[in-house]
Write a protein that binds this ligand. Structure first.
Ligand code: ADP
Ligand code: MG
Length: 680
């Protein structure tokens, strides 16, 4: 051990120089989302929502045909014709707008789907035709077509918003093996293979750069401007564009398991996780719709037999049938959430389900992890306080032990220590989250961690003389000094906490494994309501659990972390949101929503979007429910003619589609002015 330390000593002047001048290489984040350039920024998360709300997609030909059928319907209404000619004049727009419905009705009848939407509509039309209400019969399909087109149009806008997702997942990759190159399917890439990515190409799978230096552009992936230099040893994130020069990369994860693949998968499956409102609506409608169909048939039969006025009751029954089957609010609510998810995705935020947006909209408690979330997570060694060893030796010991840790503290110590370049390696490295690492270096047992870790091993640590995050080092039970690091609070953090408060967050909480002094300083400067420090990841979970059990009814708790050592808390919270997810697959897996960029300002935007989506869903439900109820009552009582009944319902769908389409605008309106730091 002494021999090795002497070797380090020789290099010491150079090491100390590096400690003093060192800053972690910073990833340039230009023009973050709120200042996003005007040009179309489409994110990786595009293409999502593959499930179609409707089985028809929007096309201009359909629109033309529908407009034509509407014109012909109006002409037929005003034409002074009678008898068969009049029937024929209504049949033309009916068939033009409704041939697809008729075809599907036949299919449903053939397959025995008795309550199929198209079949019920066709029956309603036939009843109206039989009763001589030609105008009403044709109006049913023409207006239904208009409503379907409106929903399909919004769905089309939503798909377009997401269309570039798959463009960020290249289909092929150039494999290099034993000096020869071959083209293979990118989806077949496996860990350990070596690939070449030319300048201008997209990285097909997560890996590590082996040869070449270049700049990777992650803008399309994170929905904001983000580029960073890479060199041998750097991570190459799938979905980033290689800007400058060819890179040789060792694949670390298959395409499906790469960040990009996980994001696509999460976004594709979002619709499966329905909001509780969607589930409730679906359950209610699964009883209500058949009940209405039954009532409609009873209305068509019993009063007709009793009074003989069957034409009158057939038309009323047709109204009930349209209310029962057409213009489903479930479609528009789903579309609203889909639009919101698409808008978030296009802005670089993965939302894993409609239920996530719904839960987030009710979040009144927001719990933040400190390092990497509220702070930049880019530690810098501030000062080294050795005891019985030299500065270089202390740094080297800490660096060698931390070499494999992904923790930001470890990265800063490693970079300042020169341990990369050394032949001395640590063995039996053991990392305790929220505490530190232990390792065997040249036969000696080295502990590198916080005061709690030292206490656990009965090592008397010195109190730090300057503020900052303190990491103590001990060798074979002997205290050899501490390293003080600092990490800057994010510029946007104050504004973000204030903005969230104005938007509806009642309690903001800061949880950290760092020391009390550092935690309190940050919490008070950012106006957090509660702060808890010196927590292990397990204790963070306990705090989250406690806050969850003490929250107001009907409200939720969101935890925001950076995906480093906070997976459990992310899973435990009602809504777990991970920040800076573009190069952290583990965080994406554990979280309900992932902000790809490291811009904390995306959080209030997401919160606002969730609130708008939940509000729109309620508005859509109330509007649809009210319209249907009125049509039902007045229609059954004979006070609302059939054409008016279908027209009103169509207008309601147009308004609902508009509500949904507004959610495609991620930012929405800002209800507050951004507060400037210190203005409170
Ligand atoms: P935060 O709660 O601020 O996000 P963490 O839970 O990641 O921080 O870490 C809490 C504390 O645990 C750190 O401030 C540090 O004292 C200690 N720690 C965690 N990991 C390491 C490590 N690899 N090396 C040294 N100390 C560590
Ligand atoms: Mg952390």
């Amino acid at each position: 051990m002494a021999k090795h330390l002497a070797q380090v000593e020789k290099k010491e002047p150079a090491l100390i120089e590096r400690v003093k001048s060192f800053r972690m290489p910073e990833i340039k984040i230009k023009a973050l989302s709120s200042r996003r350039p005007k040009e179309k920024q489409v994110s990786a998360l595009s293409g999502v929502m593959l499930n179609k709300t409707l089985d028809r997609s929007f096309n201009p030909y359909d629109l033309l045909l529908t407009i034509l059928s509407l014109v012909l319907l109006c002409l037929a209404y005003f034409l002074p014709t009678n008898g068969l000619i009049r029937l024929l004049s209504f049949l033309v727009p009916f068939l033009m707008a409704g041939y697809e419905y008729l075809y599907e009705a036949f299919q449903e009848a053939f397959m025995g789907i008795v309550l199929g939407r198209e079949l019920i509509i066709t029956i309603a039309c036939l009843m109206a035709f039989c009763a001589g209400a030609y105008f009403g019969a044709a109006a049913i399909v023409v207006f239904l077509k208009i409503a379907d087109l409106a929903l399909a149009y919004v769905e089309d806008l939503q798909s377009k918003k997401l269309s570039s997702l798959y463009a960020l997942r290249p289909e092929s990759a150039i494999l290099t093996k034993d000096g020869s190159v071959s083209q293979i399917k990118a989806s077949a890439l496996t860990a350990g293979q070596e690939i070449e990515v030319a300048a201008g190409e997209i990285i097909p799978a997560d890996g590590t750069v082996l040869e070449g230096t270049s700049v990777l552009d992650a803008s399309a992936l994170v929905g904001g401007s983000l580029s960073f230099p890479v060199a041998p040893g750097s991570a190459a994130v799938a979905g980033c564009t290689n800007i400058n020069a060819q890179l040789k990369i060792r694949v670390e994860r298959s395409q499906a398991d790469s960040v990009n693949g996980m994001l696509i998968r999460a976004a594709e499956n979002a619709w499966m996780h329905k909001s509780s409102q969607e589930r409730l609506l679906q359950r209610v409608l699964s009883y209500l719709s058949p009940a209405l169909v039954l009532i409609a048939f009873l209305l068509a039969v019993i009063p007709s037999l009793a009074t003989g006025e069957w034409r009158l009751y057939f038309v009323r029954a047709a109204i009930l049938l349209t209310v029962s089957q057409t213009y489903s609010v479930v479609q528009s609510v789903k579309l609203g959430y889909d639009c919101a998810s698409a808008a978030a995705a296009a802005a670089g935020v993965v939302v894993k389900g409609h239920d996530v947006l719904e839960s987030l909209s009710k979040a009144e408690t927001m719990v933040f992890d400190k390092t990497g979330t509220v702070t930049e997570g880019e530690y810098r060694v501030k000062e080294v306080f050795p005891k019985g060893v030299t500065e270089g030796q202390l740094l080297f010991l800490a660096g060698a032990a931390e070499l494999q840790s992904p923790h930001p503290i470890a990265r800063a110590i490693v970079a300042a220590s020169g341990a990369y370049a050394s032949e001395i390696t640590a063995e039996k490295i053991d990392e305790t989250p929220g505490r530190g690492v232990s390792a065997i270096i040249s036969g000696s047992c080295v502990y590198v961690g916080n005061a709690a870790m030292m206490e656990e091993h009965d090592i008397r640590a010195e109190s730090p003389s300057i503020p900052g995050t303190v990491i103590h080092v001990a060798v074979d039970g002997r205290y050899v000094g501490h390293i003080v690091l600092e990490d800057a609070v994010r510029d946007s953090a104050f504004d973000v906490i204030e903005e969230l408060r104005v938007e509806g967050v009642e309690t903001s909480v800061l949880l950290t494994g760092d020391v009390h002094s550092a935690a309190r300083r940050i919490a008070s400067s950012l106006n957090f309501d509660l702060v808890k420090a010196e927590l292990t990841p397990k204790e963070k979970c306990n705090s989250v659990e406690y806050l969850m059990s003490n929250r107001n009814v009907n409200t939720t708790l969101a935890f925001i972390g950076d995906g480093v050592c906070d997976d459990d808390a992310l899973r435990l919270a009602t809504v777990g949101i991970t920040l800076g997810a573009f190069d952290k697959p583990q965080g994406v897996e554990a979280a309900d929503a992932a902000i790809l960029s490291r811009d904390l300002r995306a959080l209030p935007k997401l919160y606002r979007l969730a609130k708008r989506a939940a509000k729109a869903a309620v508005e859509q439900t109330v509007l649809c429910g009210a319209v249907k109820l009125l049509v039902l009552i007045f229609g059954a009582a004979g006070l609302c003619p059939l054409p008016l009944a279908v027209l009103i319902q169509t207008l309601a769908v147009l308004v609902e589609s508009w509500f949904a389409s507004r959610l495609l605008h991620y930012d929405g309106e800002h209800r507050i002015l951004i507060l400037k730091k210190g203005s409170r």
